[in-house]
Design a protein around this ligand. Sequence first.
Ligand code: ADP
Ligand code: MG
Length: 345
Amino acid sequence: MNTDKRTEIATLGEFGLIDHLTEPFVARNASLVKGPGDDAAVIDTGADDYTLLSTDMLLEGVDFDLTYFPLKHLGYKAVVVGCSDIYAMNGHPTAITVSIGVSAKLSVEDLDDLYSGIRAACDDYGIDLAGGDTRASVTGLVISISTVGRVAKEKVTYRSGAQLHDLICITSDLGAAYLGLKLLEREKIALGGVPNAQPRFEGYEYLLRRQLKPVARREVIMELEAQGIVPTSMIDLSDGLASELLHVCRQSKCGARIYLERIPIAREVHTLAEELHIDPVTAALNGGDDHELMFTVPLAMQDKVMQFGYGVEVIGHITEESMGAALVTPDGSNIALKAQGFHGN
Ligand code: ADP
Ligand code: MG
């Protein structure tokens, strides 16, 4: 441990910390087209297309709680998280490696469950298990998945390409995964120690599904391809809309206006948010885990993207950098967007 000087990590925040750690590295190989800072690294192997590489880690007690997160779902979700990062580069995943830190409380049958979820996601997204690593863990289950993909060179989409007046599009409603988590946490507390108790989930199946069985938006990437659209920028919404839009603004050197009444929020989110005294808009802006994509396209593409059959919504537009990023309320006032730290993947 370094004892000469101590800077608390909180003074930098998650993204400041990543910048701090990665900034001193200079790329040595011309093959690294894009290093740290986007949803996946972009590597030129000399083939016709680029190789994409993304890695994500899930920690028990931080990212999931095994008392209410079934292992099969956890395996499935870990793969979806990786695929979503590859789609966010406008590419397609092809293979994963899976590394696990296994605590003594898990049995072979538990790990079979975890891997049946991983297998189901590999089937759904057409990808292969390419390897991994297995270690004992003293701090609970750790799952780390690296995802490899490919993208045609002319289609690779970064966080940095948004242009003035572009439309900001998202691929589905937001906040449901976060409310799904709040519901699971509520039932865990309510049922703590009660034998044979039944959790109260009726009416909220959609929220649970969004938390426990998320979808990576492959069909949107395929639709963009079919329509001949290459977005100017794209990112996946793992950490929440506000934080991810700020990444796009920072890297594209632009500002943004998103409109409150255009942000799609499911009926179930409103209902449960009211029950739990949570602001549904805050859940939509800052709740992580949605794994929807946010992309920008030139204004002229509006009709085309609105015709996508997958609930693509135009929620705002790109502005001059000096205007910052803000949410516009129905009465016309602007609320500056703020990022949340250490959240999601
Ligand atoms: P995502 O939420 O899309 O998985 P992150 O916010 O975790 O992305 O990471 C943002 C970028 O920073 C990615 O390019 C990632 O590879 C990089 N990154 C994150 N943590 C580290 C680290 N410890 N060392 C090097 N690069 C990192
Ligand atoms: Mg991402």
